[in-house]
Design a protein around this ligand. Structure first.
Ligand code: GLC
Length: 792
């Protein structure tokens, strides 16, 4: 058995390749291929989903194997998928497996896998060299088809399409990242490959260091390699990206519905470092009538960066502060880092309990492992162990019982330095041989490194789910907000994600949308970048443009680093303040629409922010279009990413499009030159688009939603509005309401059909205005009954 080194591989021997198929045998879900010492399994999990596993030794040890170690990213193990019919045919040259949607063909002589859709077009097919291994690594090679483009890969800088790039999956504190950076905070080994015929997805199921080479070393060849003992991946046939994401999130889970306030504007800085500063900040928002729901407290709220403490000088009475902020509509989110200050005999409860119960990671030699982070010498909980997660989750009680509504998990790649921060310590990794995980399932950091942030987020989310509004014994009654910097496939189940330490540069503004789109295409819908840029000083113009773009981020948070200029919406002068107010107002107006998008993400894995290729996968022009984006199905933005630019080219795909601001109508596909003075971010709506608009509020729950406007653009379309109380878990018991709207043209008139309301959530009487843009408005008191409205 070779040694698996995790990130580091010391030998670069030639690859050994799988031998010919000698025999096969089938169970009701899996075909076992006996290829000498090597084993290959193909399992049919759904008509569009197969799992491929290859073990050089013939033994399967990977997580997510029935009856063995649990997987941390796959929530639906093989045996829980409903058995689907498939046919196996054997010929002299190959073995064919056919489901209702795809054909998988395995060549006997050079054991390689080819997949075909029902029209015979290949996808996800192996190269001649198909499956191999060498000391410490296993790999697979896939053919890149003509005109095929690659998306997803989790958190990635640069533009949209990743063809000809190398993408490594190893969670890293990617400080100072730029468009060339490879390893990032998140590691999500999943991609979507698209050509005009179809799309397929591939999830590489390994937590060890892994890497995709997407035709960089050899054009036309995609290599996936893991420094783990077996090859394990899932192929998901689309043919549309939406279907792939629905299946991928069936496999790795979906996000819980966030509290509605988390969709509002968040203000953050490193740091608002005292109670007085925080109160002043809150006052400014309310005095200036700039909506805001959430204030984040960075590391300086703590006593000397000790997690789960408060600085008695700076925050003498946090409970009172939080209660006062609550009274004016603010929620408070606190940062929590994994590094626990190493402080023996100092009565630091968290350190003492952790040592007493042996909760911190030890080295292979059994010594407590330490590194340096904000509190200097620090030790690290082993979040892979359930009892450690439970302890950590419960520690949040000290925060939730004084009213903290959300937790921001940071530095959980984990980021550590070899020497105190003050001495300029270099970043180091945990020793890869450090044992981690529960006794019965003990492994090493080489296998768990990528899971550290995911497991910290899990501990946090599960803790909050027990604590907020509950008492630790009774379940919580309030939804919480969780944010994490690091994560792995499946992170959407526990947390939202932000793109770490970006910079106040136009490049970073430009990169933010493709980054977030690729996260959405990796199953993680609730994502954002620091508005204004974290490091550096934004100009007024950059800040104004960034706030416009930030209005589109599923997570809309402004943040800036220590020692940078202040970056609040009002510090850049009246003109910028006015622009910020207008776009934050627009965000609040769009909340009923955006909340529905969150519900879609929670129930179907749909991205909230979407590249155009998501809705137009047959249109090649969209394949590289990184600088336009769709918020949900109907609203398209074409922001400005350069100083001094007041016009820009906009691509309008097939169909009718309306200018959001002027109502002007266009017939795509076409390019137009849009007018974009600083006050204006070009926005368009598809013909047949339906968008629910609320009155502006200074915070989400300021007033009940007593009036709602449905803006509808002429054409054919359909949309379902989702509503619930926005803060409790009652929706999980059916206390929600959906209302389906349809629009179509008939005999020169625009017809709007409203279906009867479904669900058990009682909506108090309110006024609905249906506006068919450019034609007219009709008003009625909403009683949830069926209506048919005729316009024109
Ligand atoms: C890290 C985070 C950043 C935070 C800082 C201080 O750099 O990415 O958002 O402000 O630490 O906690």
């Amino acid at each position: 058995m070779p040694q698996y080194f995790g990130k580091l591989q010391t030998t670069e021997q030639p690859w050994s390749i799988i031998g010919p198929v000698q025999s096969i045998n089938n169970t009701d879900r899996t075909i076992h291929f006996n290829c000498g010492e090597t084993s290959l399994n193909i399992s049919i999990l759904a008509p569009n989903l197969i799992r491929v596993r290859m073990s050089p030794t013939g033994e399967f040890t990977n997580r997510s194997v029935a009856g063995r170690k649990p997987s941390h990213s796959v929530t639906l193990p093989d045996e829980e998928w409903e058995i689907v019919p498939f046919e196996v045919r054997e010929t002299e040259e190959k073995i064919e497996i056919e489901t209702a949607e795809i054909l998988v063909s395995v060549k006997r002589d050079r054991t390689s896998i080819e997949c075909f859709d029902k029209s015979g077009k290949p996808f996800a097919s192996d190269c001649d060299r198909a499956l191999g291994w060498r000391a410490g690594a296993t790999a697979g090679w896939k053919r890149i088809e003509t005109d095929e483009h690659f998306y997803g890969f989790g958190e990635r800088t640069g533009l949209l399409d990743k063809l000809s790039e190398v993408k490594t999956n190893w969670t890293t504190d990617a400080l100072d990242y730029n468009s060339q950076t490879d390893e990032m905070y998140q590691a999500i080994a999943f991609y979507i490959a698209l050509n005009p015929d179809r799309a397929y997805g591939l999830f590489f199921n390994t937590t060890f260091w892994s890497q995709f080479d997407i035709g960089a070393e050899k054009p036309g060849v995609l290599r996936m390699e893991t420094r783990g003992p077996e090859l394990d991946y899932y192929i998901i046939y689309g043919p549309e990206p939406a279907r792939i994401l629905a299946t991928y999130t069936q496999l790795t889970g979906r996000m819980p519905l966030a509290p509605k306030w988390a969709l509002g504007y968040h203000q953050c800085r490193w740091s608002y470092e005292s109670e007085d500063i925080v109160r002043e900040l809150a006052r400014e928002f309310r005095d200036r009538q700039i909506p805001c729901d959430v204030i984040h407290l960075d590391i300086d709220y703590m006593r000397g960066y000790r997690v789960f403490t408060w600085s008695p000088q700076r925050f003498p009475d946090p409970a009172k502060l939080i209660a006062d902020l609550k009274a004016v509509g603010f929620k408070v989110v606190t940062i929590v880092d994994p590094g626990v200050k190493y402080e023996p005999e100092a009565n630091y409860e968290i350190f003492d309990r952790g040592v007493e119960n042996d909760y911190f990671v030890r080295t292979a030699e059994g010594k407590l492992f330490h590194g340096y982070v904000w509190p200097d010498k620090a030790v690290f909980p082993d979040f892979l162990r359930p009892e450690v997660r439970q302890w950590w989750g419960e520690l949040h009680k000290s925060l939730t019982e004084i009213g903290i509504a959300g937790i921001w998990n940071d530095m959980n790649e984990p980021a550590i330095a070899e020497r105190p921060f003050g001495d300029g310590g270099e970043h180091i990794s945990f020793p890869l041989d450090a044992p981690q995980g529960p006794e019965a399932d003990r492994t090493t950091h080489a296998e768990t490194h990528n899971l550290y942030g995911l497991m910290m987020a899990k501990a946090c989310a599960e803790g909050l789910r027990k604590l907020r509004g509950g008492d630790g014994l009774r379940p919580a009654t309030l939804r919480s907000f969780v944010l994490t910097r690091s994560g792995f496939a499946g992170v959407q189940r526990y947390s939202s994600v932000w793109m770490g330490d970006n910079q106040s540069l136009w490049d970073h503004l430009e990169m933010s949308l493709p980054m977030l789109c690729n996260m959405g295409l990796s199953g993680v819908a609730f994502v954002g970048c620091d508005i204004g840029g974290f490091a550096g000083n934004a100009t007024a113009e950059l800040f104004a443009r960034w706030m416009q773009v930030g209005m589109l981020y599923p997570l809309m948070r402004g943040h800036s680093a220590m020692s940078t200029a202040q970056h609040e919406p009002w510090v850049f002068g009246d003109r910028t303040e006015k622009i910020c107010r207008e776009y934050i107002n627009l965000r609040y107006q769009l909340l009923p629409y955006i909340y529905t998008l969150f519900w879609e993400a929670a129930t179907a894995g749909t991205p909230i922010l979407r590249p155009l290729l998501y809705h137009f996968p047959r249109d090649r022009t969209t394949y590289h279009l990184y600088d336009q984006v769709l918020l949900g199905p109907s609203l398209m933005a074409a922001p400005v990413y350069r100083p001094g630019v007041e016009h820009r080219a906009v691509y309008l795909p097939e169909g009718t499009w309306f200018d959001w601001w002027t109502g002007e109508c266009y017939h795509g596909p076409m390019h137009i030159l849009a007018d974009a003075p600083l006050e204006k971010m070009p926005l368009y709506v598809r013909g047949g688009g339906i968008i629910a608009i609320a009155p502006v509020r200074q915070f989400v729950s300021e007033q009940p939603l007593d009036s709602l406007k449905m803006r509808i653009w002429p054409g054919t379309g359909e949309w379902t509005l989702y509503e619930d109380d926005g803060h409790s878990f009652e929706h999980e018991k059916g206390v929600w309401a959906t209302t389906n709207y349809k629009v179509y043209l008939e005999g020169g008139k625009v017809i709007v059909e409203i279906a009867g309301r479904e669900g058990e959530f009682a909506i108090p009487s309110r006024e609905i205005t249906v506006e068919v843009v450019g034609i007219g408005e009709q008003r009625f008191t909403d009683d949830g009954t069926v209506r048919r409205l005729i316009f024109g």
